[in-house]
Design a binder for this molecule. Structure first.
Ligand code: SF4
Ligand code: SF4
Length: 111
């Protein structure tokens, strides 16, 4: 079985990641990877690395490219795929700003 087939199989077997984070609906927290296609070399390592179905490898203009298909499956504050991308093509939102934003939402939820 090719590695890409193994990844697709793993993704099918996985359930979505948590739908809430500390009681906050996950959809309210803007945390997900963004790919800079000027830097991306389509190696597929991010797709293989993340087991949560955030990425998909899709055909675009005759070549396979990673896309961020399910951004809300991304684990809040995880930067695993960013760290393993040797082309430095993946970024996430500011961790500091995201933590501040979550704290603000938590204060609102508890009021
Ligand atoms: S690991 Fe980086 S270079 Fe490789 S496909 Fe993903 S974004 Fe592109
Ligand atoms: S940051 Fe973590 S959870 Fe999010 S897409 Fe990358 S590896 Fe997956």
């Amino acid at each position: 079985m090719l590695w890409i087939e193994r990844v697709e199989k793993q993704k099918r077997e996985l359930t979505m990641s948590e739908e809430t984070y500390k009681g906050i609906p996950r959809t309210k927290i803007p945390w997900h990877p963004t790919i800079d296609y000027k830097k991306c070399v389509n190696c597929g390592k991010c797709v293989e690395y993340c087991k949560l179905g955030v990425y998909n490898f899709e055909e675009n203009l005759g070549k396979k490219q990673p896309i961020v298909k399910n951004p809300n499956n991304c684990v809040v504050l995880c930067t695993g795929c960013q760290d393993i991308c040797s082309s430095d093509a993946i970024t996430h939102q500011s961790r500091k700003e995201t933590v501040g934003f979550i704290r603000k939402l938590l204060r609102q939820v508890r009021q």
